[in-house]
Design a protein around this ligand. Structure first.
Ligand code: 5GP
Ligand code: MN
Length: 329
């Protein structure tokens, strides 16, 4: 039996769900979890969505008619845990204990680095977003896409595929988006909210991060930092930092971008690269992080300067290896 059918059968046969996204849930985690929870609700199941820290404010434009808990405290005792877009069990964050306490567990994800966990799971590293897989799963469940499900799925797929622009975008990505359009979503409104609207705090934080950027002489590697003091000065929220690293990568000639964010627990890195440089396997995974080939992250339990001294030489070495290989080609 195909794995997705097996997962759908499992979901139909269980009840009292907690659907879990990863820490600092992004558009794909929030959107996929909410859409799948709505689909389970449509099947008459009891469902709560556990999104550590809650849904980012930038998604306030999209209504959600399902219970969402930011601290893994649903209003009922879940029997079945369903992890979605979580690349490894540790990334369940404050949901981990509740997930582990569930009598049954399932998982759906699109991170190629996911080692696999749960009784029944589907991991498809070729999918551009977990939302793409969620569209397929909801069809397998025999649930018709409501406008609300489709809106969240479109948010998931659009945000994780770089609005259908990253190399991860494949025909199936467009087909999943097409299914959302057929369900009656307003693409113009969603796109404006996602990409042409930002808070004052994010705008000011962008200014601070961009004016602090640094580069090597050869201009292949660009990095910057974002400190607690910068967040305060910009009146910005933690979420306002999301994807600002992309602006560093967008500088012509830059092949690798590194943004170091000061956190209570240490330094959180956002790594971005232009293909074929693979920052997940070259930098993130060896240092205990993970992610995708061209968008990865990790956390080091040291201050920003010390952490940069560890990460930047690895980035330079990876670039040297790549350029040697290109020279030999
Ligand atoms: P971002 O830079 O946007 O925080 O993360 C980029 C990608 O790297 C995302 O797909 C995210 O799942 C992954 N990622 C970020 N931080 C970590 C981490 O600490 N551990 C792992 N395994 N993956 C991470
Ligand atoms: Mn994702």
């Amino acid at each position: 039996m195909p794995r997705m059918t097996e997962l759908a059968n499992f979901l139909k046969n269980h009840d009292d769900y907690a659907v879990f996204g990863h820490v600092n849930p992004d558009g794909d985690a929030a959107g996929s979890c909410i859409a799948l929870a709505l689909a389970l609700q449509a099947l008459g199941k009891r469902v709560a969505v556990c999104l550590p820290g809650g849904v980012a404010r930038m998604y306030d434009f999209s209504a959600r008619s399902v219970e969402i808990t930011p601290d893994a405290r649903p209003s009922f005792r879940p029997k079945t845990g369903f992890s979605v877009d979580v690349s490894e069990i540790e990334r369940l964050g404050n949901g981990r204990a509740l997930f582990d306490s569930c009598a049954h567990t399932a998982m759906l994800d699109h991170h190629a680095t996911n080692p696999g966990f749960g009784e029944v799971y589907v991991v498809d590293g070729d999918a551009a977003a977990s939302g793409e897989l969620a569209v397929e799963l909801i069809a397998e469940l025999g649930v018709a896409l409501s406008e609300e499900m489709a809106r969240w799925l479109y948010i998931a797929i659009s945000t994780d595929s770089g609005n259908f622009g990253y190399s991860s975008t494949r025909p199936e990505t467009m087909e999943a988006a097409a299914a959302c359009l057929r369900a009656g979503i307003d693409v113009d409104f969603i796109t404006r909210e996602l990409y042409r609207t930002r808070s004052e705090g994010r705008t000011r934080l962008m200014g601070l991060v961009l004016s602090a950027l640094e580069m090597d002489e050869d201009k292949r590697l660009c990095w910057s930092r974002v400190t607690g003091e910068m967040f305060a000065r910009a009146h910005a929220l933690r979420e306002d930092n999301e994807d600002i690293v992309n602006y560093l990568l967008e500088i012509r000639g830059v092949r690798c971008a590194v943004l170091a964010e000061e956190r209570d627990a240490g330094t959180k890195f956002s790594l971005r690269s232009k293909p074929p440089l693979d920052v997940a396997s070259e930098i993130a995974v060896p240092l205990g992080g993970g992610g995708h080939a061209c968008a990865a992250g990790l956390l080091l339990e040291t201050g920003v300067d010390e952490a940069l001294e560890k990460v930047l030489p690895m980035a330079r070495a990876a670039l040297d290896r790549l350029e040697r290989a290109e020279g030999n080609a």
